[in-house]
Design a protein around this ligand. Structure first.
Ligand SMILES: [Mg+2]
Length: 205
């Protein structure tokens, strides 16, 4: 399901370099470990794409049928994660238009294996949640996403968007697009098309 929050008629431009002001001190330190960063990771001119992992990149809840799982399994920190081949290509298409950030309870651990599995150019910026992460919900991500995005246009892809998330999106002054995935199917081509169409159309659904 794709649902857009209607933007209010107000300028949303963000000065270059403002992004760092939205990061708490501990995140600034942890998100800049001196290793190669994802290309465009400091580009505040592009809209933000806040990306969940479980139910978007790593699938669950699918039928264990004779046809097999919807993707290959990868062992990450001792757990098997089903990540379809097409997810990486879809993210690379989106990276041409968005600054993609991890918005997942995985926090910095999302950068340990996923960029290599998804064949991304490098690590992505990530959000931290002060121990508030709860599997099966998403509203605890709002504060960190809001702080990072500031007044920039934002798309948020997650399998657990609830009324609190939609109310927050409606209230944002900057254009906001919420894209909900099905946890057993994850990020699909139609989601990518919706996300690209939204940017090309000047942030209108
Ligand atoms: Mg999820």
């Amino acid at each position: 399901m794709v649902q857009a929050a209607r933007p209010k008629p107000r300028p949303f431009g963000t000065p270059r370099g403002r992004r760092a002001e939205h990061l708490p001190p501990d995140q600034r330190r942890r998100s800049n470990p001196g290793r190669p960063r994802y290309a465009g990771g400091v580009d505040s001119e592009r809209p933000v794409l806040a990306l969940d992992v479980d139910g978007v990149v790593s699938l669950f809840g699918f039928q264990d049928s004779a046809d097999g799982a919807p993707g290959r399994f990868h062992l990450i920190n001792g757990m098997a994660h089903c990540i379809p081949e097409g997810i990486g290509e879809r993210l690379r298409r989106l990276a041409d238009h968005y600054e993609i950030i991890w918005a997942t309870g995985w926090e910095d651990r999302a950068n340990e294996r996923l960029p290599a599995i998804l064949d991304l150019p490098g690590e992505l910026p990530f959000l931290t949640f002060d121990g508030n992460a709860r599997f099966g919900t998403a509203h605890w991500k709002i504060e960190a996403i809001d702080r990072f995005a500031g007044e920039r246009p934002l798309a948020w892809v997650d399998d657990c968007l609830d009324d609190t998330c939609h109310d927050w999106a409606e209230a944002r002054s900057a254009p906001t697009l919420l894209v909900r995935t099905e946890p057993d199917r994850g990020l699909l081509d139609n989601h990518v098309e919706s996300l690209l169409r939204w940017v090309r159309a000047g942030y209108t659904a």
